[in-house]
Design a protein around this ligand. Structure first.
Ligand code: 8DG
Ligand code: MN
Ligand code: MN
Length: 364
């Protein structure tokens, strides 16, 4: 492996937003190991170590071929001693067979169950989903009830064909409400992934201030069409005057909803991504919709396209290298003390002095 600096930018920058990362991962053995460890540290609320392993995984994902020796890691950023040791030994992490890890992983696989709830259940001795459903003392909230109800369907991957079918259905629904709309399939599918855990769609109307009404009308229409199985609607808490936040994980303040939709097999040319559901004739799919004001569309699109690691490093790069604050709502230049407007994602990369990265190069 020749590690060098290519013309036009550093290939092995410490920032994921300066590394072109496609869905071709030649180091999946190592990145899987690192991601298991990151998740384990996340369960144990050791955020520093969690992030260190996410970064290490992200660097290896950007390599043009598989690592063949430990030597090759010396010129790579973000690989600590622990990560290098794993590459050297080439073994899968021991935590994989750890009961606590396995149980927390299982519990958090239910829609609506986060690490805190999973931990609480684990501490009270619960070890399986059947245990939880049988336990009279547990009060599941509405989201969790639906997570269990549709567990089989929504724990199965969503295919690109299924995502396209849902984008078409949502697109037609939006179009029927307002003809002057913008809409895009975002998240992992926009980055070229073949499968995902949900379908992320962003849309807005050219009429500034009407975006929240549009989302509400879309939800109402989905309900009327009989395909809305579950809806968690989050009203906009967007404040124009606020500076972008420093936090990496902050959810944005746009009107959005987390849905479970019914997808008919007949809507998908290739059929559903499951023989059983295909016979049944439909499946449930997790869908996220977000509707930002049109003047923030580019920022929201960039934020919702991900990957999470790419977004984290875009913000870190902006802060550390440019004295700018970036989030899903906007970009603030601390030196000039002003917000920088953007009509396209390209404008945002330009403001940051970064080479443009296509969505399919953002799989960091
Ligand atoms: P996957 O579904 O294929 O597993 O991967 P993904 O599409 O990359 O992940 P995701 O969990 O669906 O998130 C897509 C992007 O959306 C990710 O970069 C994070 C971003 N995102 C925001 N704000 C919010 C928010 O408020 N809630 C959620 N769920 N995601 C958000 O920027
Ligand atoms: Mn997604
Ligand atoms: Mn999502």
């Amino acid at each position: 492996l020749v590690v060098g600096h290519e013309p036009g930018g550093p290939r092995f920058s410490q920032y994921a937003c300066q590394r072109r990362t496609t869905t071709d991962n030649y180091n999946v053995v190592f990145t899987d190991a690192f991601e298991v460890l990151a998740e384990c540290y996340e369960f144990n609320q050791m955020d520093g170590r969690c992030l260190a392993f996410r970064r290490a995984a992200s660097v290896l994902k950007s390599l043009p071929r598989g690592l063949s020796s430990l030597e090759e890691t010396h010129s790579l950023p973000c690989l600590g001693g622990h990560a290098k040791a794993i590459i050297g030994v080439g073994s899968s992490p021991k935590v994989l067979s750890d009961e606590r890890y396995q149980t927390l992983k299982l519990f958090t696989s239910v829609f609506g169950v986060g690490p805190k709830t999973a931990e609480k259940w684990y501490r009270s001795g619960l070890r399986s989903l059947d245990h939880i459903l049988a336990d009279q003392s547990i009060q599941l909230n509405h989201m969790q009830q639906n997570g269990f109800l549709h567990y089989g369907d929504i724990s199965r991957a969503v295919s690109k064909a299924e995502a396209r079918a849902l984008t078409k259905a949502i697109g037609e629904t939006v179009q029927a409400i307002t003809p002057d709309a913008l809409l895009a399939l975002t998240g992992g599918f926009r980055r070229g992934k073949e499968f995902g855990h949900d379908v992320d769609i962003i849309f807005t109307t050219l009429e500034l201030g009407m975006e929240e009404n549009l989302l509400l009308a879309v939800i109402k229409s989905l309900e009327k069409q009989g395909i809305l199985l579950y809806c968690d609607y989050q009203a906009s808490t967007f404040d124009l005057t606020k500076l972008p936040t420093h936090s990496f994980e902050a959810m944005d303040h746009f009107a959005k909803c987390f849905l479970i939709l019914r997808l008919e097999a007949s809507q998908v040319e290739e059929g559903l991504n499951s023989p059983v559901e295909d016979i049944r004739g439909w499946r449930a799919v997790r869908v996220d919709l977000v509707s930002p004001p049109v003047d923030r569309y580019a920022f929201a699109l960039l934020g919702w396209t991900g990957s999470r690691q790419f977004e984290r490093d875009l913000r870190r790069f902006a802060r550390k290298e440019r004295r700018m604050l970036l989030d899903n709502h906007g970009l603030y230049d601390k030196t000039k003390e002003e917000f920088l407007a953007a009509g396209t994602e390209k404008d945002i990369f330009d403001h940051l002095g970064l080479e443009y990265m296509e969505p399919w190069q953002r799989n960091a």
